[in-house]
Design a protein around this ligand. Structure first.
Ligand SMILES: NC(=O)c1ccc[n+]([C@@H]2O[C@H](COP(=O)([O-])OP(=O)(O)OC[C@H]3O[C@@H](n4cnc5c(N)ncnc54)[C@H](OP(=O)(O)O)[C@@H]3O)[C@@H](O)[C@H]2O)c1
Length: 300
């Protein structure tokens, strides 16, 4: 416990840079202890891009499991809504506006979140975008925007989070890559390249910081039901049919598209003490996409 207090004190001192105005630090709760129902009780989590999709589901899941969750995203209204509904459900969460393409914005998010909750234990680098286009039709602006979000944004979050994790004596980083990092897909070359870049970050960072007690891993979700893949014009029944077909055609093992909650639970599992010896790896949670790679035969 003494160690815990000194750790928080150190973090409080480090967190001055880019402080977010108006945030008041929450005192760490002395009583809260992990339990089977709330295994992340007292843990402090940061998530980039939790205004929708997998990030949102992960924020809800960590908060329900007892963690204090600071998260960012560009869409303020959605961010406030996610924060409000997590609090209404009895969880602890804070939305901070940030754009992961902007270094100062990322640093403000990271340091502001550390000030808010008095430390950092688990970072989930999740924010990402996708453009689908043939390579020669992809514009330079699309390349720059996608790399700035999916690759540089992950680097920036890690860059500003790692000093806090070192000061804390350890912690972990989980990066949301994609099964697209290990399989090819027409019209997604740019996206797949960005997702493979962050796998390389994970491997080397795991070696750099292992001795300091920091574990670094990536999760590779398969096709997941989020706004990233759902065409906005489809109503619910049409989307459910399209999703079933997507799963049948593309997910060789389980034949279904994942829900955001399924991926969130996998992130929590990776972060749990049971995987305390896991570092430097990229784990597919993809229903068998990476294992499959079917050969489609022409119709007779
Ligand atoms: N859905 C899939 O099939 C699938 C499969 C494998 C991997 N993934 C990965 O999962 C991650 C989450 O995607 P999702 O499927 O959950 O889609 P989503 O619902 O579109 O979520 C993307 C999240 O990233 C945030 N984001 C995007 N650009 C940002 C920026 N510049 N600054 C801050 N936040 C930003 C978005 O927030 P704002 O728009 O509010 O900024 C949103 O919260 C992505 O990295 C994606 O590549 C998805």
């Amino acid at each position: 416990m003494a160690h815990e207090h000194s750790r928080r004190a150190v973090l409080g001192g480090v967190a001055g840079v880019g402080a977010v105005a108006g945030l008041t630090a929450l005192a760490p709760s002395a009583a809260a202890q992990p339990s089977p129902a709330r295994p992340f009780e007292g843990k402090i989590v940061q998530i980039t891009g939790a205004t929708s999709g997998i990030g949102e589901a992960t924020a809800r899941a960590f908060a329900a499991a007892g963690a204090k969750v600071a998260f960012c995203g560009r869409r303020r209204q959605l961010g406030r809504e996610v924060e409000r509904t997590i609090r209404e459900a009895g969880g602890e969460a804070t939305y901070l506006h940030a754009d992961v393409r902007d270094p100062r914005s990322v640093q403000r998010f990271v340091d502001g979140a550390v000030r808010r909750y008095g430390g950092l234990d688990i970072a989930f680098a999740n924010a990402g975008i996708q453009y689908a286009a043939r390579l020669h039709e992809t514009t330079l602006e699309q390349w720059d925007d996608l790399m700035a979000t999916n690759a540089r944004g992950v680097f920036l979050a890690m860059k500003y989070q790692i000093p806090h994790l070192i000061d804390a004596g350890g912690g972990q980083i989980i990066v949301n890559s994609s099964v697209g990092a290990v399989v090819g897909r027409p019209e997604l070359s740019l996206y797949q390249a960005s997702k493979q870049a962050i796998q390389a970050l994970v491997r080397s960072a795991a070696l750099e910081y292992g001795e300091q007690g920091i574990r670094v891993n990536a999760i590779l979700p398969g096709i997941t039901d989020t706004p990233m893949i759902r065409p906005p014009e489809l109503d619910d029944p049409t989307w459910e049919r399209a999703k079933a077909a997507l799963g049948q055609l593309n997910v060789d093992g389980l034949k279904t598209v994942a829900s955001a909650d399924q991926i969130a639970q996998a992130v929590l599992a990776m972060a749990a003490p049971g995987f305390g010896y896991l570092t430097g790896v990229s784990v597919p949670v993809d229903g068998g996409v990476a294992a499959g790679r079917r050969m489609l035969l022409p119709e007779r």
